[in-house]
Design a protein. Structure first.
Lengths: 112, 113
């Protein structure tokens, strides 16, 4: 079945540690996105990539990094520079220029 | 800059009744896409309905329909015959080709049995 997978579902991090959230899609989509969602809030764009080996910062990129070495994978690293990383993280993908985004199930990150 | 506004943080509806969720947006483009996404307690974002701006006909998907008013930049979602499973957070979103998505802050819908 085609879809988007995110792992892990829950992630705990100690302060000062970098962690990487995985996002994989087998929909053959060109574009991939990372969003952050805080309680009771909407989605805020962290990074997006429209083609392999290229990505752009979104509205809240500080303290995060990404890579896009393969079309199907778009991992997000939350670095120690991100001061308040506890949140729900959603990955999405779409055909380039086609509009509709499809989402993964999300990763809940908690900083201990 | 594009913005999406959902002015109703919370709404409620009796089971089997109809409810309308509001959304307005700001853009200088003429060709774009609008969406409604549903986020139930599982937090999985699910596409409800999509509207292309060049189409005058309002999109419908079973019990879900939109009222798209391009000149007014308004895009409301109507849910008919509301069911308990419709209870969720609903997000309005805007997309312009080659650009990023813009989401509203969401409307929390409660369905009363």
């Amino acid at each position: 079945d085609g879809g988007i997978t995110q792992s892990p579902k829950y992630l705990f991090r100690k302060e000062g540690q970098n962690v990487t959230l995985s996002c994989e899609q087998n929909l053959n989509h060109d574009a991939m996105y990372w969003y952050r969602q805080d309680p009771g809030q909407g989605l805020r764009l962290i990074y997006y990539s429209q083609i392999v080996n290229d990505f752009q910062k979104g509205d809240i990129a500080e303290g995060y990094s990404v890579s896009r070495e393969k079309k199907e994978s778009f991992p997000l690293t939350v670095t120690s520079a991100q001061k308040n990383p506890t949140a729900f993280y959603l990955c999405a993908s779409s055909m380039r220029g086609a509009g509709t985004q499809y989402f993964g199930p999300g990763t809940r990150l908690t900083v201990l | 800059a594009q913005t999406v506004t959902q002015s109703q943080p919370e709404m409620s509806v009796q089971e089997a009744e109809t409810v309308t969720l509001s959304c307005t947006y700001d853009t200088s483009e003429s060709d774009y896409y609008l969406f409604w996404y549903k986020q139930p307690p599982s937090r999985q974002m699910i596409l409800v309905i999509r509207q292309e701006a060049y189409k005058q006909q309002n999109a419908t998907e079973n019990r879900f329909s939109v009222n798209f008013q391009k000149a007014a930049k308004s895009f409301s979602l109507k849910i008919s015959d509301s069911q308990l499973g419709d209870a969720a957070m609903y997000f309005c979103a805007y997309f312009y080709t080659g650009n990023q998505f813009y989401f509203g802050t969401g409307t929390s819908l409660t369905v009363i049995p």
